[in-house]
Design a protein around this ligand. Sequence first.
Ligand code: C5P
Length: 418
Amino acid sequence: MAHPADSEAEHQNTVLVIVGGSMAAVKAPSVLRRLRGGGVKVNVIATRAALAFITELSLSTAADGPVGTDEAWFSPRPDALHLTLAKADAAVIVGASAELLAGAAHGHASDLAQATLLSVPGPVLWVPAMNAAMWRNPAVQANVQRLREWGHHFLGPEVGAFGTRGEGAGIGRMAGPEDIAAAALKLLEPALPPESEGRDLEGLKVVVSAGPTREYLDPVRFISNPSSGKMGFAVAQDARDRGAEVVLVTGPVNLPGPPGMAVVRIGSALELRDAVIQAAHDADIVVMTAAVADYRAAEPAGEKQAKVAGDVSIHLTPNPDILAELGRDRGGRVLVGFAMETHAGVERAAAKAARKNADFILLNYPTQAGTAFGGDDNQVTLVRADGSHEDWPRTSKRVVARRLLDEALRVHVQRTAG
Ligand code: C5P
């Protein structure tokens, strides 16, 4: 069977996953599935030791392709398998053993995993898993140090329970599959330009709303949502780094106020409205990432409501739509919104952009693992009122923020020139 790396398809990022000999090898299929879910192709190598813990069939099923093994490497074939598999944009070693670390730190090439690692051009991420005493051994630590000096990345090991034979707790447990896949995908992101190079928002005022709102029903109960505020904070921070004057209006979130900007903390949608409208009157760009509650209690109780027998109903009244209000008198401002949809996303987002007179809306999907609510990554589609749209790849919220502001600046320049 031809290996997927043998054919030259159109460019899709490829991650080489090397599975090492450790109990943690059983987590490798989950890492492979998550990487593929993140839109990348995977090349997989299992060391001889790895195959004592996990079957080749489990790995090839999760990878949807063949697994590179020493047996395949030493069999007659038309190519040099270590060079074919090394055609990857990044490498991650899942369940990295002391042996693999030692081999890489000393340039060994005695098995397929080691020989391939010597040829990978892109960044390398080690995810170690081993007994605490082995991890702390000075020889292992010296090898880790050496690899770090050469620019290799490390994730973990973590402190926690591991092993099944009473090894107990200590440092050495491998990071979880979700974190491994996210760290590997991060290696593929384009480097952000240094701050000094990117002051292209100098002289502009950017207003960002972030987080949820809380609509109190009585003094201790409220309607809200799980918005973490991370997306809005990322936009505010990027705008600040690019030289803008920034006002960040945020609902209740667990994030410290970033330095170098005005931070206004609010609770309800009505408070959010007042703060945003006031800040936005002389703004150049307004980005509404806040997850505004659509309704509030028509008559919030002044005292805590006691439990009653049977059903209760709450009378809710709509909150003002802040983005739409800004859109009615848009002037020269660039208006950006966010929308979460579970179906008919593009059409609904385009209709929303048109109704609210927003320049564009970034659409995301609450059902996608690791993105949107609470996560550090986001996968969005940029949608304009005319229905034109662009799918952006899954990246960190920081990179989404950068692209969002690139697009907002483009619209601003067009509008002020025209
Ligand atoms: O909730 P909806 O999908 O309509 O949100 C789309 C955009 O409108 C978001 O950017 C959100 O911050 C904004 N919005 C608002 N005021 C509301 C509801 C939503 O500004 N009351």
